[in-house]
Design a protein around this ligand. Structure first.
Ligand code: UDX
Ligand code: ADP
Length: 480
């Protein structure tokens, strides 16, 4: 029986291994992690991450051929194929601070593999890493090899949160990079055989190691670039009276461009986009490609601009001050259908409003109060360390309260800010909300989910990203 071990039971490792286990009953899959709480949660009925469809998949194979364990050494030493899916934070100190990936966790996983292995291994890079990480890992392993042969593969994961299970079941492609040597090709084939249990052969692409590593960074950079492009257009739409949804629709009809990833928003978030682009920028700079680095940097700058612009809209519309005013924050996750808050635009928007002394009442159907408090008190980039290494704020932010539902968050509020596109925000009883708010009552829709006309009829002053401005907002400066 082929044995797979995955180091790192996070958003990537957990769902990916569950789907492999479900589709490959003849393979034993063990997911290991240094975090005892994470593993206990995977072993309970309350999984540590919220992902539609995940519970059902895990239920079907947990205890059959899918296991979660903290005994890293045993399972790594027994495995034929080891996936590594650990955190890769952005460095906050030293060389490359603020851009380069911190490979501390990767390196410690690689050294552990070298320490405990007694048989040949295929080691698969799953977490997104800078180009040439595989080579560095290969060096660590071969210099500590005790005669054991290691083949390193890069198999970047393209799943998006909220749709992870369907992405894993029907991936656009599976990418496997490896050495173009006989042993390298054999390792590629072994991993191909795993995916071939359910993925059509023509969707499994094989490349050299660096192409696979770079493709992941490039795909995320291209996706993020589309969002920054449409968000840049949204500012121009507001200034000129065009409607960004109409512009996106017209642009997306061009079959060379396509309709996806053209929704204007308060900004993109998530664990990958910013981190991967910063990585790309750093790699370009290290290779003397300043113009290329600056080109990609601009994608992040526009994203920051969009978040600042949103905060400025809120403050300037409300008589240039939100001091002491209650603002209901609807949604905190970085997108709908996930409880993940990593790099969510809500953090910067809330911090901006708090900077202007607002009182916030935050509601998100999937994010815990603890997580929100932690996010609002954490330093930039600290989120991507294992949870037990994240500094906890002892007090939390005083001007922030957490609400149980949208109605509680909006009660007596001067304004609502919609920061995540949860479906339930489309069908709230906005009449009831309006009646319970201070007047004038504002809605700032950062995700274009509300029916603007209907809300204006109720009496709200509405701002929607990239849409023709409410007369109230005209002539009010809102550039960042
Ligand atoms: C992304 C990539 O899509 C995935 O392939 C990769 O493996 C990991 O990074 P993820 O971050 O989970 O996935 O979510 P994604 O759906 O890409 O959304 C990222 C951010 O962009 C979210 O904040 C989302 O709200 C925002 N977004 C997305 C927009 O603002 N507009 C859009 O049109 C699409
Ligand atoms: P991703 O979104 O890439 O899956 P996560 O932060 O959700 O990232 O998951 C990474 C996991 O890796 C965490 O649960 C963390 O505890 C675990 N981890 C980090 N370093 C190690 C290590 N050396 N050995 C085992 N697990 C590790």
């Amino acid at each position: 029986m082929v044995k797979i071990c995955c180091i790192g039971a996070g958003y990537v490792g957990g769902p990916t291994m569950a789907v492999i286990a479900l589709n490959c009953p003849s393979i034993e899959v063990v997911v290991v992690d240094i975090s005892v709480t994470r593993i206990s949660a995977w072993n309970s009925d309350q999984l540590p991450i919220y992902e539609p469809g995940l519970n059902e998949v895990v239920k079907q194979c947990k205890g059959r051929n899918l296991f979660f364990s903290t005994d890293l050494e045993k399972h790594v030493s027994e495995a034929d194929i080891i996936f590594v899916s650990v955190n890769t934070p952005t460095k906050t100190r030293g060389l490359g601070a603020g851009k380069a990936a911190d490979l501390t966790y990767w390196e410690s996983a690689a050294r552990m593999i070298a320490d405990v292995s007694k048989s040949n291994k295929i080691v698969v890079e799953k977490s997104t890493v800078p180009v040439k990480t595989a080579e560095a890992i290969e060096r660590i392993l071969t210099h500590n090899s005790k005669g054991i042969k290691y083949q390193i593969l890069s198999n970047p994961e393209f799943l998006a949160e909220g749709t992870a299970i369907q992405d894993l079941f029907k991936p656009d492609r599976v990418l496997i990079g490896g050495r173009e040597t006989p042993d390298g090709l054999k390792a590629i084939q072994a991993l191909k055989d795993v995916y071939a249990h359910w993925v059509p052969e023509d969707r499994i692409i094989t490349t050299n190691l660096w192409s696979a590593e770079l493709s992941k960074l490039a795909a995320n950079a291209f996706l993020a670039q589309r969002i920054s492009s449409v968000n840049a257009m949204s500012a121009l739409c507001e200034a000129t009276g065009a409607d960004v949804s109409q512009v996106s629709h017209a642009v997306g009809k061009d079959s060379r461009i396509g309709p996806k990833f053209l929704n204007a928003s308060v900004g993109f978030g998530g664990s990958c986009f910013q981190k991967d682009i910063l990585n790309l920028v750093y790699i370009c700079e290290c290779n003397g490609l300043a113009e290329v680095a600056n080109y990609w940097k601009q994608v992040i700058k526009v994203n920051d601009y969009q978040k600042n612009r949103f905060v400025n809209r809120v403050v300037s519309s409300m008589f240039n001050t939100v001091s002491g005013k209650k603002i209901g924050i609807m949604g905190f996750a970085f997108k709908k259908d996930t409880g993940d808050t990593r790099e969510t635009p809500a953090i910067d928007v809330c911090k901006g409003l708090l900077g202007d002394k607002a009182r916030l009442s935050i509601y998100d159907p999937q994010v815990t109060a603890d997580q929100i408090q932690r996010d609002l008190t954490m330093n930039k980039f600290d989120w991507d360390h294992p949870i037990h290494l994240q500094p906890m704020s002892p007090t939390g932010v005083k001007q922030v309260s957490i609400a149980w539902d949208a109605y509680e968050a909006s009660k007596d509020a001067h304004a609502l800010c919609i920061l995540t596109e949860w479906d339930e925000f489309k069908t709230l009883d906005y009449r009831r909300i309006f009646d319970n708010m201070q007047k004038p009552a504002f809605v700032f829709d950062g995700r274009n989910v509300v029916n603007v006309e209907m809300l204006r009829d109720i009496g709200f002053i509405v701002y929607s990203i990239g849409k023709p401005l409410d007369p109230w907002l005209k002539n009010m400066p809102a550039v960042a």
